[in-house]
Ligand binder design. Structure first.
Ligand SMILES: *Cc1c(COP(=O)(O)O)cnc(C)c1O
Length: 753
């Protein structure tokens, strides 16, 4: 392994200078450093973008655009040692910022190559030591110095695996290092996850600084556990809690554990069936009081007002709140606000998302704002291993989180045998976002997402303009036009300058009444569509819910994409969602665009389903053999429109059925054998025992303890329509939780006896 990688961006003129540069490179190589060379600013920029392993740079002031290169290095790396090749006389003429940015000067002809290479090597080593965050640094040091362990885990640094064939294969597969760093908590040098001391404590504090929190806790059991911890530390039995109906099931589990009584905040929905934000009007003290008044759980509650509120930010479809505004509104009622940011841990690192994440509430006065929790699945959109998550706390004077008390709850939900490589992963995830890295990484994902969106829009326009084929194409969901906030100049989205779209939140906010989003009750700037969460739209319906005479249901597209090795995040009736995460590589989306175009030509040609989706026909030959792709789409579109699935979905979610028991009360009955499965056809008027979640949209249509309502009611008509769809289109089953399907296609749901 090389000691480090040094970029040498020098295009020396003159044989002597060239010879010196070669000698410096040779000396660095001799010392164990890798060298990457650039002869132009363009080369140097490309290396700056692509080589995260650079640990020092030698840049010539006589390059074609030295300032651009230096700026790029500053914008990409924290404290990378940069040595500037110049002449002694020109140092005085350098711009001030350049003198501040560089670590030192190199005068090619004055110093010896040995001396220059030595300085660079030392600086590179020091830099590399400094890039390691606190826990990972100590873990590496520990691994280097300790040979034998006498403590758990019993695999003892992996040695136990070597004694069995299967164990050997496992060991070889992951490599020794993972096992050597899987240590017991009895290793005192590394600190404690429960006392928050030593390098582990330092890592949490480093993350708190990076994410702008007063307190940060590493949770190794997913954001699910982080959510339960935040609830469990704050809600006492029979207290009222404001709950976003669009919440993850972990929040419901939090209610079950605590005995909190939910009062729901119901998000809006548009014609595509996408979940919008909870409108601001529903968050005012007056609206909340009205919700409490109507709640079946208000009678018998402890206290008259809710003590806690929890919202999902961003929503699954990438809609993010102005959290400062939300904290002002909900803060009129509750002293604690929990923002579930499972998909949004990157928000703090790009100015596009200013005010839109939990920890940004520090602009509000500390004595009036609520205390805010942000719970994040670090693994979902930052770089960390599955299950890695964090709870961040921003305290206020109204209801401060007291560390010792919170830690009791934290420990209640934690294993006493944490996996140290996961702690290192959380430490590294924070370090990656610290300094210029976070901005750089988020900028890249945002840029690629916008390029993809514009490419789809331009392609659609070219198809329409060409006039030589059916003029439909897929779209992506965003405004059709945007205005430059500085000049007021308007652009069609497809043609808007990339820099404008990349840097102006105004281009992405849901303006009140704008057609493209179809949500009601918006305030200027209240909600922003995150460009990295890209909703692909299919023909068949628009944002206002107008149904077209033909349509291409997204489930068919998704199945086709899957067959081509492209897996989308989520599929609704006429939309599917893809994510541009930090793992995106430039142009990776080209394959997706290709696949969309191929689908169009297969559809336009009337290709046979057996050729497009052979697996589907193999599994259900009677149903799909002989059918063409357009015919399949037509049948499905007809089924969706005649069963009014999207309209029913809207009704079912906006007219919740009455609740009979709280989640906690229902759970008590459940574990005492108080539940039985009931066929959907016979379920009218029953009370469900477990959550019923349908995807789309992935949120509970029925919570435990809620009545199903009458047979003609919206919930049962909606579930009936889903059941009918599943029967009609085998191989395209609706994704549901809390519903089992028997062999004849009937839905069964667990109800209280
Ligand atoms: C995924 C998710 C969770 C749970 O996160 P895990 O890390 O998978 O446990 C919680 N809340 C929301 C909104 C989620 O999407």
């Amino acid at each position: 392994m090389s000691r480090s990688t040094v970029m040498v961006a020098v295009d020396a003129s003159g044989a002597v200078a060239r010879g010196q540069v070669e000698a410096i490179c040779a000396e660095l190589r001799e010392e164990g450093h890798d060298i990457v060379r650039a002869h132009t600013a363009e080369d140097a920029l490309a290396l700056t973008q692509s080589r995260a392993d650079l640990s020092a740079a030698l840049v010539s002031w006589h390059l074609d655009e030295p300032e651009t290169v230096l700026r790029a290095l500053m914008g990409r790396f924290t404290k990378l040692p940069v040595f500037l090749v110049t002449t002694a006389t020109s140092v005085d003429d350098l711009p001030l910022w350049v003198s501040e940015a560089v670590s030192g000067y190199v005068w090619l002809l004055e110093d010896t190559p040995d001396f220059i290479a030595g300085r660079i090597g030392v600086a590179a080593d020091r830099y590399l030591d400094g890039v390691l965050p606190p826990f990972f640094r100590e873990l590496r040091r520990f691994d280097d110095t300790h040979e034998y362990s006498w403590h758990t885990p019993a695999h003892a640094g992996g040695v136990a695996f070597l004694k069995s064939p299967a164990g050997r294969a496992f060991f070889d597969y992951y490599g020794e290092r993972l096992f050597r760093t899987d240590l017991s908590i009895s290793v005192g040098e590394l600190g404690s996850l429960f006392e928050h001391t030593g390098p582990i404590g330092d890592a949490e504090r480093n993350a708190a600084r990076t994410f702008g929190a007063d307190l940060t806790y590493f949770v190794l059991h997913g954001d699910s556990t982080a959510d339960r911890i935040a609830c469990h530390a704050s809600i006492a039995t029979d207290e009222l809690v404001l709950v976003d109906r669009n919440c993850h099931k972990a929040i419901y589990h939090g209610l079950t554990i605590t005995g909190g009584r939910p009062v729901y905040l119901v998000p809006t929905r548009n014609g595509y069936g996408l979940m919008g934000p909870i409108p601001p009007a529903a968050m005012t003290a007056a609206a909340v009081a009205e919700g409490v008044r109507r709640s079946p759980f208000a009678a018998g509650a402890v206290g008259a007002d809710p003590v806690y509120a929890v919202i999902t930010n961003s929503t699954y479809d990438g809609l993010c709140y102005d959290v400062v505004r939300v904290a002002e509104l909900l803060g009129e009622t509750v002293p604690r606000l929990h923002v579930d940011e499972a998909w949004f841990a990157y928000a703090r690192f790009n100015p596009l998302y200013a005010r839109r994440y939990g920890m940004s509430v520090d602009v509000l006065p500390e004595d009036t704002r609520p205390t805010v929790f942000s719970t994040q699945s670090t693994h979902k959109l930052l770089a960390a291993m599955s299950q890695s998550s964090m709870v961040h706390v921003k305290n206020s004077q109204r209801s401060p989180v007291e560390h010792r008390q919170f830690n009791e709850t934290f420990m209640m939900h934690a294993t006493t045998s944490p996996l140290y490589p996961m702690i290192a992963g959380l430490d590294v995830a924070a370090a990656m976002m610290d300094g210029p890295g976070g901005r750089w990484l988020t900028d890249e994902a945002i840029t690629e997402a916008i390029r993809f969106r514009q490419a789809v829009a331009r392609l659609g326009r070219r198809i329409r303009d060409a006039g030589d084929r059916p003029d439909w194409f897929f779209g992506t969901w965003q405004p059709e036009s945007v205005a430059d906030p500085a000049t007021g100049e308007a652009h069609a989205f497809a043609d808007a300058p990339l820099d404008l779209l990349r840097t102006s939140p105004e281009c992405w906010t849901l303006a009140p009444g704008a057609q493209w989003h179809g949500f009601e009750g918006m305030e200027e700037g209240y909600c922003l569509l995150d460009p990295v969460k890209v909703t692909i739209t299919c023909p068949g319906v628009d944002a206002a819910g107008n149904v077209g005479s033909t349509g291409i249901p997204a489930r068919v597209l998704t199945m086709y994409l899957e067959a081509r090795g492209i897996v989308v995040e989520k599929t609704d009736s006429y939309t599917c969602l893809i994510l541009f995460s930090m793992g995106i590589t430039k142009g990776k989306w080209g394959t997706l665009l290709d696949a969309l175009l191929d689908f169009k030509s297969l559809y336009d040609r009337g290709a046979a389903v057996v050729d497009v989706l052979p697996e589907l026909v193999r599994a259900h030959p009677d149903r799909y053999a002989g059918l063409s792709l357009p015919a399949l789409c037509e049948q499905m579109h007809l089924q969706l429109s005649k069963s009014e699935l999207t309209a029913l979905l809207d009704e079912a979610f906006t007219h919740p059925t009455p609740a009979v028991a709280t989640p906690a009360q229902t759970y008590q009955k459940l574990i005492r054998g108080g539940a039985e499965p009931v066929r959907l056809a016979e379920i009218a008027g029953r009370t469900v025992a477990t959550m019923v979640v349908t995807t789309p949209p992935g949120i509970p249509v029925l919570m435990p303890g809620e009545s199903t309502g009458g047979a003609g009611g919206p919930v049962l008509r909606y579930l009936g329509a889903l059941e009918a769809f599943d029967r009609e289109f085998p191989g395209f089953p609706s994704e549901t939780h809390g519903v089992t399907r028997d062999s004849s296609g009937d839905y069964w749901i667990s109800c209280l006896r």
